[in-house]
Design a binder for this molecule. Structure first.
Ligand SMILES: *Cc1c(COP(=O)(O)O)cnc(C)c1O
Length: 234
């Protein structure tokens, strides 16, 4: 038997996996369809590595600078997705370090990803970020433009569109959030129907600490959890 006691982080990861499984089974889904992402902003790499060791093999990074500082200290068996606002002049620093950019919120950003990935001979998986609650303060495409944007993005040879990402409205009631998540699920179906080359368009990244069980019930395939794994941020 292991001498090590379970750290808080390991305990929280196990609990999150358990809740994801329960929410999946209750809505008739296969638990293995859903990935748990550990959102690492402000969290020390040693603590992030505890989550990896506990079986969470996907990290979510918000800030380029923070990623560059912490990258070397992470266990290398985890995959990294970028999930934060990304300035075009910073794309070059991360294209070799992340396997997916979930926060594509403009054609201009997609063009820069295309250019930088062409240079290193990589095809980058991306999600389109959708500003589902139409909030002034949030980035992301308007709901109504996502379909036409998806067709444009599909034309970039070094980008592979995988699906959609959204952040629920902070402080929303449960029924409002459910409505947003449902709209996201339907939008993904519409995108698949519009694009012939659609077998890879199967990712819905939605749900955070406060609402991930609901997101799973509504079709999420990635849930992004920060505080629920690592505790409150400073
Ligand atoms: C911070 C953050 C999360 C995680 O939020 P928690 O409430 O800590 O679970 C998820 N997605 C994005 C884009 C974030 O910035």
């Amino acid at each position: 038997m292991s001498e090590k006691s379970l750290t808080d982080t390991a305990f929280n990861v196990a609990k999150a996996f358990e809740k994801i499984k329960k929410a999946a089974l209750e809505s008739g889904r296969e638990p293995s369809e859903i990935r748990l992402m550990a959102v690492t902003k402000t969290v020390a790499p040693e603590k992030v590595n505890e989550a990896i060791e506990a079986g969470c093999n996907l990290l979510g990074e918000n800030r380029v600078q923070e990623l560059l500082e912490k990258y070397e200290h992470y266990d290398k068996n985890a995959e990294i997705h970028f999930i934060g606002r990304l300035q075009t002049n910073k794309v070059k620093y991360i294209v070799d370090k992340v396997s997916m950019i979930e926060s594509v919120d403009s054609i201009k950003l997609a063009e820069e990803i295309e250019k930088r990935c062409a240079k290193i001979g990589k095809v980058m998986d991306v999600l389109l970020e959708v500003n589902i609650a139409d909030e002034e303060s949030k980035s992301g495409f308007d709901f109504d433009e996502v379909l036409s944007v998806s067709e444009k993005i599909m034309e970039f040879p070094h980008i592979r569109l995988r699906g959609l990402m959204t952040i629920g409205r902070f402080g929303a009631e449960i029924e409002e959030t459910r409505h947003y998540f449902e709209k996201m699920r339907h939008l993904l179906v519409d995108i698949r129907a519009k694009n012939i080359d659609n077998i890879y368009i199967n990712i819905l990244s939605m749900g955070m600490s406060a609402d991930y069980e609901l997101a799973v019930a509504e079709g999420a395939t990635i849930v992004r959890i920060g505080r629920g794994l690592f505790g409150a941020r400073k």
